[in-house]
Design a binder for this molecule. Structure first.
Ligand code: ATP
Ligand code: MG
Length: 556
């Protein structure tokens, strides 16, 4: 992929610089460890850009590791979507795609070792009893009556657990640490539980499954990870992460470093909530363009580069914060501004008849494809006596600062002529159905005409235009932080987050557009072709409007 030299330094890169300088490590090795229980979202993109970005910039490696220790919620559909999304973002794990379940045998052997060293025991308490023995933040936990089982008895029971002799919940394997620790995670945490469930990868081979806190440091160690980057909520798990590595006397240990997770305004990021939105039909699917998922953003028209730039801008901090979604929108606007062809599309059409233009004539008007990039060239747009303009570009009784079309007034048609409105036609109900205008043949764009008027509007020739459907999106939620609200997040959904316009008219040039193609519709925003498009109908998604609320905030 293209080098991204601008990635700013951060406290994690400083630690890595130090580790290289002191020769603690010579090769940096990170990993991105998604649990395949949902689609990736923009928060994961931050973690992906961080882990793969470090590997790229330090000539190191980054593994893709599926953290699939919970057979019940995981699915191959998610595995495939995760691979696709990481690749689409522009990153590559070469041949290093792993599953925590690849290590089940070794993790089992490690557990046997812990038992042999009296660092783990089988507990036969019920889950209720386990909870009661846990203690509280101010009170030490109680020692389990099974805590002093002999090594032999533990080995026999653990083997029996593995062989399926016991039912779910009959026993657990616990690390023997400290029931009086002020850190609750150190109070003899469960490291294996019985779960007679089919695993998407290992099938029915196992009926005991390791807990995340146990599997993670050991998977990191097995893969030779040097820096294990995770979000802040794992800070309190770090002593446990280190304890397993210590207890098993492992050398060349990975170091866990925590960073703040990304939170974005007007959306939710928990996979559970995103799954509920999908399952309850509150959105059209994981790739609904309103979703903060990577596939949703892709369908909405976001580019991988815009997401990587966004991740760089957000940076990596040690304190949780809320990021304004306007920054994400700013990043995509900035990228599309450079690359998207400018075209004319009328979203809410109003018919205009140019009464002094011959009705059998068509002129080809020349226009630039992108003023930001001359190499994109020019193209021709057909002009004729019947055109569509945007309804909101006409006001029968114009307010003071309205410089577009109104009765008796002139406006310039972009890349064409100046027209003047001479008559307003209405139906029985008083609704405006069309306008009659005259054009001034001396004012053709590019002809050196000196006459200018205050407003310029976009248009399409009715005879040549192609009909299309356009979908406009607004924020999915009405409040900035729906997750922190007392109300159920469903009640905070924005009822106007999707507006489907079925009768839009676009330049004929766009009839060839394919899924994913991106354009700027002059004056209305950036749009991309939706996969629902077919030979009969093009469907466009508005990626983002043109107005940038972020630069405004920036300048304040
Ligand atoms: P959830 O809590 O919603 O289930 P998760 O964090 O458990 O999500 P994982 O699949 O375990 O999801 O995440 C994979 C990696 O992505 C982890 O290293 C995790 O820390 C990181 N990650 C998840 N969410 C965010 C976020 N909002 N910002 C940054 N990194 C994140
Ligand atoms: Mg997780």
């Amino acid at each position: 992929m293209e080098e991204n030299k601008s990635t700013p330094s951060n406290f994690i890169r400083e630690i890595i610089d130090e580790d290289l300088k002191s020769k603690k490590h010579s090769l940096i090795h990170t990993r991105f460890p998604p649990e395949p229980n949902g689609y990736l979202h923009i928060g994961h993109a931050k973690s992906i850009c961080l882990n793969f970005g470090i590997a790229r910039d330090y000539n190191g490696m980054c593994n893709l590791r599926f953290d699939d220790t919970n057979p019940v919620k995981e699915d191959i559909e998610y595995v495939e979507s995760i691979e696709e999304d990481v690749r689409w973002l522009g990153f590559d794990w070469d041949d290093r795609m792993f599953y925590a379940s690849d290590y089940f045998d070794r993790l089992y052997e490690f557990a046997v070792q812990l038992i042999k060293d009296d660092n783990a025991y089988v507990d036969s308490s019920t889950s209720q009893e386990l909870r009661e023995m846990k203690g509280t933040l101010t009170e030490a936990g109680a020692l389990s009556p099974y805590r002093n089982r002999s090594v032999e008895e533990n080995l026999e029971l653990f083997t029996g657990m593995k062989e399926g002799k016991y039912e779910d919940g009959a026993h657990v394997l616990r690390a023997k640490i400290d029931m009086a620790s002020t850190n609750m995670h150190m109070r003899d945490p469960v490291i294996y539980r019985i779960k007679k469930a089919t695993h998407h990868n290992t099938g029915d081979k196992w009926c005991i499954y390791p807990m995340y806190d146990y599997a993670h440091p050991l998977s990191d160690w097995i893969e030779g990870i040097t820096h294990s980057l995770c979000t802040l909520e794992f800070e309190i798990h770090r002593p446990l992460y280190d304890w397993f590595l210590d207890a098993l006397k492992l050398k060349n240990r990975p170091r866990q470093i925590e960073f703040a997770r990304l939170n974005l305004t007007y959306t939710v990021m928990s996979k559970r909530k995103l799954l509920e939105l999908v399952q309850e039909g509150l959105v059209s699917g994981w790739d609904d363009p309103r979703m903060p998922t990577i596939c949703g953003l892709r369908r909405r028209g976001y580019t991988p580069e815009s997401i990587r730039n966004f991740a760089d801008r957000v940076g990596v901090a040690k304190r949780d914060a809320m990021t304004d979604v306007a920054l994400l929108e700013h990043s995509v606007r900035e990228d599309l501004n450079k690359h998207a062809m400018r075209v004319m599309a009328v979203l809410r059409p109003l018919k205009v008849v140019i009464t002094n233009y011959p009705d059998d004539k068509t002129e080809e008007m020349e226009t630039t494809n992108n003023p930001e990039d001359e190499t994109m060239g020019t193209r021709k747009i057909p002009f004729s006596n019947v055109i569509y303009i945007e309804r909101e570009d006409f006001q029968e009784v114009p307010h003071k600062k309205f410089h577009r079309l109104s009765p008796g007034n002139e406006v310039r048609l972009k890349s064409a002529y100046i027209i003047k409105c001479t008559e307003v036609i209405k139906d029985d109900k008083g609704e405006i159905t069309e306008l009659h205008c005259t054009y001034d043949p001396e004012t053709k764009s590019g002809s050196g005409s000196m006459r200018s008027v205050k407003g310029t509007i976009h248009w399409v020739s009715a005879k040549h235009a192609v009909k299309a459907e356009v979908r406009l999106y607004d924020r999915l939620f009405v409040t900035e932080d729906p997750a922190s609200d007392d109300k159920d997040f469903r009640e905070l959904l924005n009822p106007h987050s999707l507006d489907i316009l079925k009768e839009c008219y676009i330049e004929p040039e766009l009839s060839k557009a394919k899924t994913g193609d991106k354009f700027q519709f002059i004056r209305t925003g950036y749009f991309c072709v939706d996969p629902l498009s077919n030979d009969e109908m093009l469907v466009f998604n508005r990626t983002v409007a043109l107005k940038d609320s972020w630069t405004k905030i920036d300048k304040k």
